[in-house]
Design a protein around this ligand. Structure first.
Ligand code: FE
Length: 199
């Protein structure tokens, strides 16, 4: 595990290498009671986004939406920075150091999007996997009307909801996708483009 003294990676290549290292060591872990591993789930999410013609930023959001499950890998100081164990908020806080808003916001709100869709689209809840239905209760259940109205006003709503649907579709055992190398190239590209823009 990477210790507290780890310097913050400060180049696109270094951030990409950090993500690669985490996924290569930890990605074989099972994905919250689903029949696919974490890496399979992340690659399937990214692949579905890519097939849908999404921009590299949205494909990367789909790839990294569950990165918050690995918070401990990013150094213990995240605890001090007020990160609780809600994986979506933890993931967004990790990524906001380096990534553009479309990535961060899609990660931050992907659980809220599930609660939102359950409230506004009855068929959505019925189609959720058993594991996803179980976690829904822990996550607060379907949104009430006020919560749904607030969520609908999020400027990133459409992107967030699309990433949520890619997440939901990414649980098929044995599905073939491009490998991690392909998507890590996109990660590095998104970081480079954003660094240039933000400089
Ligand atoms: Fe997920």
């Amino acid at each position: 595990m990477i210790g507290q003294t780890m310097p913050t990676p400060d180049s696109p290549a270094a951030v990409t290498a950090l993500i690669r290292d985490i996924l290569e060591r930890r990605g074989g872990e099972s994905y919250l009671g689903e029949a696919v591993s974490m890496t399979e789930h992340m690659l399937q999410s990214a692949w579905i986004a890519e097939q849908a013609g999404e921009t590299p930023g949205v494909v990367v959001a789909a790839l990294l939406h569950d990165i918050g499950h690995y918070t401990g890998e990013f150094g213990d100081d995240y605890i001090d920075r007020g990160v609780d164990n809600l994986h979506e908020e933890a993931g967004a806080r990790i990524l906001e150091r380096w990534f553009p808003p479309e990535v961060i916001e899609a990660v931050r709100w992907h659980v809220a999007a599930k609660r939102y869709l359950c409230a506004v689209e009855p068929s959505y809840l019925e189609a959720l996997s058993d594991a996803s239905r179980r976690t829904l209760e822990l996550q607060g259940g379907p949104m009430d009307e006020k919560e749904a109205r607030q969520f609908a006003a999020n400027p990133w709503r459409d992107t967030i909801v699309r990433v949520r649907r890619y997440d939901d579709g990414a649980k098929v055992p044995g599905r073939q996708t491009p490998g991690l190398d392909h998507y890590l190239e996109l990660v590095e590209q998104v970081l480079e483009d954003w660094n240039v823009e933000a400089a």
